[in-house]
Write a protein that binds this ligand. Sequence first.
Ligand code: 5GP
Ligand code: MG
Length: 193
Amino acid sequence: MSKTTTATEFPGEIKVLIDEQKIAERVVDLASRLEKDLDQLEGEVTLVPVMTGSMLFTSDLIRHMQRPVRIAPVTVQSYPGSSTRSRGARLQTPIPDALRGTHVVIIDDILDSGGTLAVLRRLIKAVEPSSVRACVLLRKNVDHDASAVCEYAGFDIPDKFVVGYGLDYDGLYRNLPFIGTLPSDMINKEDSG
Ligand code: 5GP
Ligand code: MG
């Protein structure tokens, strides 16, 4: 990448895919669907945000939920550095034992191959929660098999690398208030395509 960009300057070339208003509306909708389903269940609910990408989504989602919930974040890395292709999901924090016997909702920014959710579901099931479901803001429009099941998804998007609203490229752009696509000349050539 020849061009250097700092976190404080958002290059005009980033194209808006989903604007702030649309995100806000869909988050309200997701929160109400989720809460309606959780209200049918007996027992405690633990939200498990997948850091760092789901930080903004989670903070907006939980402000539209009225029921008591616990929050137990985990960190998973699958796109180290300037990668734009998954290198395989790697859990970087232990699964909290406090999930045992509670209804778990995994919250992630985006579902792509499904690898992250599959790894998390397997590890979380090992601590014997009452139930596990997943909620993502974005789902890439690719053919998903049964391992990529996700109960709640905000938007289906094309198979493009996106940034903003928590999602990064090489650590940058998480603070954009919208979801945008990076121009191909800004993406590491070895990684894209
Ligand atoms: P999966 O494991 O389903 O292939 O990918 C999910 C994870 O990969 C997400 O939690 C996210 O961290 C990362 N990811 C997938 N697609 C994108 C993308 O278009 N942009 C960014 N910034 N991260 C992505
Ligand atoms: Mg992630």
